[in-house]
Write a protein that binds this ligand. Structure first.
Ligand SMILES: Cc1cc2nc3c(=O)[nH]c(=O)nc-3n(C[C@H](O)[C@H](O)[C@H](O)COP(=O)(O)OP(=O)(O)OC[C@H]3O[C@@H](n4cnc5c(N)ncnc54)[C@H](O)[C@@H]3O)c2cc1C
Length: 504
């Protein structure tokens, strides 16, 4: 669609800033612009009728479920400060202590991840890994840096990084499931430096992995002491949500920026007017807005499409469009399954289990005939008050970069395959041959993949940061500084602060 607009006529509103998208990134950027008082002339445009984006708490058969993120990791003090700013830190709810247990599911069997399992048993680790674990992952630097000659260290995959230190079996059984759990990604493609920058930095400097981690934690602590981070009170755990789910977080921010948020407003094009140094933003119903600062929070491919639709002739924006289109996203299907507690004979519970993949992948790294789970959360065990007492809720994640074809499977096939898989693992014996109820949610552009293409994009963007500044274009997105909700919110706050500094 060509909506080339080279002048500012027919613009219905001029504002300082427009934020594309009211997910957690867009809302948080708006929240901090609003607080500033000097940069609070902004609009958030959201195509959906609700805010939150991937944060999507839902009601299903009388139970509260999360169709997107399930919990927040509270490790970063900057994030806790944001919760304090919102005055909702006291509303955090924490899973019971037993929920700390995490399992790997191998050949349909649950294996508890514990020091005993890793050091004394042989299911997940071999002799090499055990010795390496005992000596803190010591590996001579010359070995881990053997990419150095080609200056390819930065491009090392998460799989290679760990395989070099702990061996292939360790990487296969623990790291591949971990990356499919966090990024719905392929550990052989996700880049260590992009996904875990701190561990990478110290891991490449120290012979000992353990020493590297300690150094990284110490650096993190000293950085925090040097920042104006205010969070003080001790938290009751590292993982949390809210009683009524994660939507409490996005709804709370929405209350602060409601007046500036336009719901049901799909943006179809953006055009940079070089002469006036302003962006023209056009919505689906034909309204045109102009702003100085454009803040994007929407998926990279969608943003690329909006720039193309705008008919921009600017060379840098054309190049940007091609780079944005290069970023890969995994698709994820979420399947909530409800069973009668009494029908489940396997007593193992905790946070959840991640699957290993050797039984599912053929030599070509694919298997097109069946649906397989990446991982499963013991949802009703983590937050028991959300599910009816006699019911057990499993939230299963499928697809990702390992099984992209799964997004084309019918609901019926997904349900049958996953019910049969989980029944074997959890020893479920229900007469109806299917769960009591189920809900399927499909995310097409679920999670950006921090792979080689992403690394190239980020390097290019960093080298062109003056162009982003020149165009007053801001990146409050989950393909910049981390995909987690806390990382998105920390990044969004720093974007808002950067904009505010311009007005001081
Ligand atoms: C299944 C799943 C599980 C996850 N689990 C966790 C977890 O447990 N913990 C965790 O921390 N993170 C998790 N994540 C990651 C995290 O949820 C996301 O990275 C984060 O919520 C992204 O927020 P965002 O605001 O950047 O983007 P989004 O949430 O995608 O928001 C972008 C918004 O832009 C809107 N939009 C798009 N196009 C347009 C347009 N043309 N015009 C107007 N509006 C538009 C969309 O409707 C959307 O509301 C998970 C993600 C998924 C998909």
């Amino acid at each position: 669609m060509e909506t080339n607009q080279t002048n500012q006529t027919n613009v219905i509103k001029h504002v300082n800033s427009i934020i594309l998208g009211a997910g957690v990134s867009g809302l948080t950027t708006g929240l901090y612009l609003q607080k500033s008082k000097i940069a609070n002339d902004f609009i958030i445009m959201e195509e959906s009728s609700r805010v939150g984006g991937r944060v999507f708490t839902d009601l299903f058969d009388g139970n509260l479920v999360e169709n997107g993120p399930n919990a927040l990791i509270l490790r970063k003090k900057e994030f806790v400060t944001i919760l304090e700013d919102l005055a909702i830190k006291d509303q955090l709810v924490y899973p019971p202590t037993e929920s700390k247990k995490r399992y790997i599911c191998k050949n349909g069997k649950l294996i508890l991840v514990s020091p005993k399992e890793l050091l004394l048993k042989n299911e997940l680790t071999d002799f090499k890994a055990k010795i390496k674990l005992l000596i803190g992952g010591y590996t001579s630097l010359s070995k881990v840096q053997d990419f150095d000659k080609n200056k390819q260290n930065d491009k090392q995959s998460v799989f290679d990084f760990f395989a070099k230190r702990f061996g292939n079996k360790f990487a296969e059984n623990l790291i591949t499931p971990l990356i499919s759990g966090i990024y719905a990604g392929d550990a052989r493609k996700v880049i260590m430096k992009s996904a875990f920058p701190k561990f990478y930095k110290f891991g490449m400097r120290s012979n000992s992995f353990l020493l590297g981690i300690i150094k990284s934690l110490l650096e993190e602590r000293s950085e925090k002491n040097n920042t104006a981070v205010t969070a003080t009170t001790k938290l009751k755990g590292n993982l949390a949500s809210f009683g009524d789910g994660l939507k409490v977080l996005t709804e709370r921010i929405y209350q602060s920026v409601k007046e500036q948020t336009l719901l049901n407003t799909s943006v179809i094009s953006v055009y940079y007017d070089v002469n006036n140094k302003r962006w023209i933003v056009t919505t689906k119903n034909g309204d045109r807005f102009s702003c100085q600062n454009l803040i994007t929070t929407i998926p990279s491919v969608t943003f690329a499409q909006l720039i193309s639709n705008g008919g921009n002739e600017n060379k840098w924006l054309s190049e940007l469009t091609n780079k944005l289109k290069d970023i890969n996203y995994s698709s994820v299907t979420v399947l909530h399954l409800l069973y009668n507690k009494a029908d489940i004979k396997n007593p193992s519970r905790g946070f959840g289990f991640l699957n290993t993949h050797e039984r599912t992948l053929d030599n070509n790294n694919n298997n097109n005939s069946r649906a397989f789970a990446l991982g499963t959360l013991f949802a009703s065990h983590m937050f028991p008050e959300r599910t009816k007492l006699d019911q057990e809720l499993f939230t299963v994640f499928l697809g990702g970069d390992l099984y992209p074809h799964i997004k084309n499977f019918s609901d019926e096939k997904l349900l049958n395959d996953i019910h049969s898989e989980i029944s074997k693992t959890m020893l479920i014996n229900c007469k109806s041959k299917l769960p009591n109820n189920h809900l399927i949610v499909r995310w097409d552009l679920a999670i950006p993949q921090y792979d080689l293409k992403h690394l190239n994009f980020k390097n290019w963007l960093e080298n062109n940061s003056n162009e982003s500044d020149k165009h007053n274009l801001y990146w409050s997105t989950n393909y910049i500084n981390g995909v987690s909700v806390p990382d998105c919110m920390i990044n969004a706050k720093s974007v808002a602060e950067k904009i505010i500094r311009k007005y001081i």
